[in-house]
Ligand binder design. Structure first.
Ligand code: NAD
Length: 444
């Protein structure tokens, strides 16, 4: 391929998971020369071959285009990236610590120490994108100023949504630049994002702790909105009210709005659950635990929806699931993704399996990941196979394919016509008309 670089700034992206692979591809798409780095040789091999190692609509096409242009390459050598690039985006994972609610910072620290060891060039910029506890940027900046004088640090949190990652990266709602006073970091970030900013994207330039907090505050708000409507669903269940109508009615108030106001099985994934926990842990360390104590309740409301679904299923099966066959539609934590991190669907499926049910799961994209994490569950090639012989069907991830599923496609194969709609996206009238007993969360 021929290289057409719009700006001679060379970019490295450390960590090529959901965030980093998308970011590397999009930076190349903007016209930069980009090198993506990961410690996982399997991922690097697949990316180099033009294969996205996860499900993300539109990403593979752009990956191939930019590999062919010669602007994009991948390596397992952090040292190569450290010396080759001017701007280094840190996109490694910050999962929940195995022994606490805090974020596990070992990957971020390893990435920065690897960059230092690899010989960062003076004048280069390290840009954190991972979601981190407040205080991380200041700590890393102090470390860099000692070990790599002349290297600056910025924090540029990421807000992309899996399933919309390319669009969210190239056309984000806003850019947040967390920088230290003085220095060139802000100007460099404006150069990196020049075309995105020119397209009208607002930029908010702030100090380090504000940048770090913007990300966790946004996720805390979204989690709270979901748990709010799920708390209303709990009250609906004891009053006989219908949360789907309630949510629609309050959403017409433009101060409230309808986004993230759908009652159901609640949130999961690699971000919201661990981010609200890490936020509480960090705020507590800093003496502001009370300010975000409500997030413990947000978390608890969310997890109670999983318990409620298991209870509903158990009751529908006559109080004992032993020997019963359960079909689960959905494994990904949300549709248009193969991500199963903290998936509510798989949590429910596995709880029922442990209680003695035979559980068969179908998902359009997430089965390989689910199989690795929950090998004891049975996996089916389609919804009909999963439902064959089932005493109950659970709809737990709202893929369009399931919304469009005709009840009659399953009627002939199931052992009993009972369905629980854990996402409130099926049409109850349609299922009931087909002779099914339809249960849902938050509605009679
Ligand atoms: P991920 O687990 O998919 O990817 C992380 C990658 O980093 C993995 O491929 C891993 O092998 C690699 N890695 C770990 N240590 C490394 C090292 N020392 N050097 C090089 N590579 C290393 O995680 P993700 O979903 O991409 O999330 C990354 C960060 O972005 C997290 O902080 C997350 O909270 C944040 N974030 C994620 C999303 C999202 O939708 N996934 C959105 C916004 C922010």
């Amino acid at each position: 391929g021929t290289t057409t670089v719009v700006d001679p700034l060379r970019i490295s992206v450390i960590g090529t998971g959901y965030l980093g692979a998308t970011h590397a591809v999009c930076m190349a798409e903007l016209g930069f020369e980009v090198i993506g780095v990961d410690v996982d040789p399997g991922k690097i091999k697949r990316l180099t071959a033009g294969e996205v190692p996860f499900f993300e609509p539109g990403l593979e096409e752009l990956l191939r285009k930019n590999l062919e242009s010669g602007r994009l390459s991948f390596t397992t050598s952090l040292a190569d990236a450290a010396s080759a690039a001017d701007v280094h985006f840190v996109c490694v994972g910050t999962p929940q610590h195995p022994e606490s609610n805090s974020a596990d910072m070992r990957y971020v620290d390893a990435a920065v120490s690897g960059l230092i060891a690899g010989g960062l060039r003076p004048g280069s910029l390290v840009v954190g994108k991972s979601t981190v506890p407040a205080g991380t940027a200041a700590r890393l900046a102090a470390w860099l100023s000692e070990q790599a004088p002349g290297v600056e640090l910025a924090w540029n949190p990421e807000f992309l949504r899996e399933g919309f990652a390319v669009d969210d990266t190239l056309r984000p709602d806003r850019l947040v630049f967390g920088v230290a006073p003085g220095g060139n970091a802000e100007a460099t970030l404006h150069r990196v994002y020049a075309s995105v900013i020119a397209a009208g994207t607002p930029v908010v330039t702030v100090d380090y702790p504000t940048a770090e907090l913007v990300k966790v505050a946004a996720n805390a708000f979204l989690a709270t909105k979901i748990s709010f409507i799920n708390a209303m669903a709990e009250v609906c269940e004891v009053t006989g009210a219908d949360v789907t109508h309630l949510s629609k009615a309050i959403s017409y108030d433009t101060r409230i709005g309808g986004r993230f106001l759908h009652a159901g099985l609640g949130f999961g994934g690699g971000c919201l659950p661990k981010d609200i926990r890490a936020f509480q842990a960090r705020a507590t360390e800093l003496g502001a635990g009370q300010a975000v104590a409500f997030l413990a309740e947000v978390d608890a409301i969310n997890l109670r929806r999983r318990t409620r679904t298991v209870t509903l299923a158990t009751e529908a099966l006559g109080g004992d699931v032993t020997g019963k066959k359960v079909a689960v539609l959905g494994a990904a934590f949300k549709p248009n993704s193969d991500d199963i991190r903290d998936s509510p669907a798989l949590a429910v499926a596995d709880t029922l399996r442990k209680a003695g049910a035979t559980v068969a799961v179908y998902d359009p994209a997430a089965i390989p990941n689910a199989q690795r994490a929950y090998p004891e569950i049975i996996y089916a090639d389609n919804a009909v196979d999963a439902a064959t012989g089932a005493h109950i069907v659970l709809h737990l991830t709202e893929w369009t394919e399931f919304r469009e599923l005709a009840p009659n496609a399953l009627t002939a194969v199931v052992a009993a016509r009972t369905i629980i709609d854990g996402r409130n996206t099926l049409n109850p009238a349609q299922w009931r008309a087909a002779g099914w007993t339809y249960h849902a969360l938050g509605r009679p």
